[in-house]
Design a protein. Sequence first.
Length: 829
Amino acid sequence: MKFGYFDDLRKEYVINTPRTPYPWINYLGNQGFFSLISNTAGGYSFYMDARLRRITRYRYNNVPLDMGGRYFYINDNGTVWNPGWSPVKTELDEYECRHGMGYTIIKGKKNGLKAEVTFFVPQNYDGEVQQVVLTNESTEAKSFSIFSIAEWCLWDAQDDCTNFQRNFSTGRVEIEGSTIYHVTEYRDRRNHYAFYTVNDEIDGYDTDRDAFLGSIYNGWDNPETVKADKPSNSFADGWSPVASHYKKVTLAPGESKTLIYILGYAENPQDKKFASEKPEGLLTRETWVLNKEKAYAMIDKYNTPEKVAAGLDELKTTWNKLLSIFKVDTPDDKVNRMVNIWNQYQCMVTFNLSRSASYFESGIGRGMGFRDSNQDILGFVHQIPERARERLIDIASTQLSDGGCYHQYQPLTKKGNADIGGDFSDDPLWMILSVAAYIKETGDWGILDANVPFDDDPDGKHTMLEHLDVSFYHIVNNLGPHGLPLAMRADWNDCINLSCFSDTPGESFQTYTNPKFKAEGGYSKVAESAFVAALFTYTGPAYVGILEHLGKADEAAKAQAEIDKMKKNTMESAFDGDWFIRAYDANGEKMGSKECEEGKIFIEPQGFAVMSEIGKDVGADIKTLNSIDKYLNCEFGLVLNNPAYTKYYIQYGEISTYPGGYKENAGIFTHNNAWIICAEAYAGRGDKAFEYYSKIAPAFTEETSDIHKTEPYVYGQMIGGKDAKNFGQGKNSWLTGTAAWNMVAISQYILGVKPEFDGLRVDPSIPAAWDGFTATRQFRGDTYEITIKNPDHVNKGVKSLTVDGAAVDGCIVPVAGDGKTHKVEVVLG
Ligand code: BGC
Ligand code: NOJ
């Protein structure tokens, strides 16, 4: 069942019922100010950091779900309704939500009155603009009222939802004309404030939540002031400050009125925090006055429909430009829609937010992930390479000089999170991959010389290249008894904790130091990860390529020898006959092996091992891929492991705590499905690659949205596996490495357009049924118009490649570097 449809021309997903199986959200903003907005206008806003600079309040885990956001209430002669249906949930005569690239339009109609609200965060602007167009579509004149509401968060979202003994007494506001200012803690230790305004005179307001609701026993669905059509003009003093505007409107038949609301954020320098005078009409109970210059300028920027239209146009133009860097036209509309619009859009969102704020990530638990953000760059780097560069330097600066990494950092402070710490065995490798991806995209070798400190040597002069060196050797220097990388606290799979296992409630599987391993430095020196081994052999060649380019032949050879040795060790100790084992646990026993009673095969090491060609000479690659098909493939994707664990295996940590079929215990992790898609394409099996791709790509799951539950336009991190009661049900949508990796899988491996150090590789691995496809790729200043022809209906194999009519050997298009458009023609066969 579907709950909407794709409008590809407008690059929107159109939801035509408010009753989606889960709130289907969108993100507004892409630099400083961000908002989450659901199809019923739930959600919240923050500046830069969803934990430390939360602007509006949101209650996760609420019942009913998704209560709280920015709402407009209309009281039309006693009928109270919201344009987005929620929170009052009066049945609407018409409803529609259009989620687009950085904007959302929600339309509701009731009794002949239509309200169309456009929400967006303009480019380079720290505020959410909400344009409300009210139209009387009836034949009679209409008088009604409109209330707005936003509930302020007291800045630190963690503190805001825990520290009530203090917070119920700190809230402060100022009111000037139609603008309500949130100035909690401003005088004392903050230099930032927020405001909510409307571009018209108002007929009343509220700034105290309980006064707005009329009773502490009322919810957002039942505000007394709205029902009574009477604001209480409350002035918040502690408790829960809000901002609500009240406006009476009369419209002749056919007449429209536009109101523009802005929810803004601004910072003042220390010496300009206060205004010298108190303007007339300002409502405050303070002896000081906020300096509002910045807010005035922001309000002035979008206070007319023309200015709003221009801001929205600018946003659309920006997105059209971003999405023209890589565009394809394949025989499959769903592929086109994913590649040209939604997958790239999701890559921007994951790049911006890492795993911090979604409807599954509360914005207070995690900052930016080292592993996560590095992977996000793989799918984003072609869009705005300069931002990727900046991010790489930020991330690398949280690394330690021995190559170890803080697992997460806060975007506001850019400092590693000490409470999570480090020792995740895979972290350093992702940085080699992302820096290489950046260089391959841009040809900017200069990044290697960029001055990038280490967290434990903040003033030292170090280069990015040194970071890559220590990343590579952090693996080499931490091997276990079989010469495989130590598993440490966890690798990519946060729930395989071969050192941090415990049987005491509340001890974190990722950070707990088992007394058993305390003397050894916190983790077992026996437990090894075959996944990290395979990731090392997949990633290592990029490092070698970099050294070779720099003319460091000896260092390159030395690194290559380590890769070769790792391949040998993996084949000797981690190949199980038909696939690669997952790990050796702290007792030296195999995990993910035929010998195990449950969890005999795991997905994670396989794809990277195949792409590293470990044991290819003895057919290990095809055997492995066939085993995946046999044991992990099911209707909705590839499960992570099989059979699911039904018992608790303490030595593995978190993984077997989950019921079978969920999360890392045999759930379908769409993130690592992509690695298998890449591997199948790499091995030349384009049909299989495409089969796996189409099982999980959101546009393909749209038809089963009732089962899938989460948004059909973006990937979720996981889907219930074949052992789950809720087989096929998605969870954790939006913020997942799945976005970047599936972008890589479809664009670089299936469609085969892949930046390399020395040019653009064009080497597709597609369904044999396809006649071909075309693609446009802007690359290092040139534009390549690529035509792929598949007359013999093969999966893979470049028979000929021409650039502007001239034949090229192999499948790498050399960089023209003349800023012109070039025609690339590839014939498969
Ligand atoms: C979760 C993982 C998550 C990790 C780190 C674990 O408890 O299961 O999915 O990545 O915590 O935050
Ligand atoms: C979620 C984390 O964000 C990601 O880094 C990790 O790899 C997966 N969990 C798998 O456990």
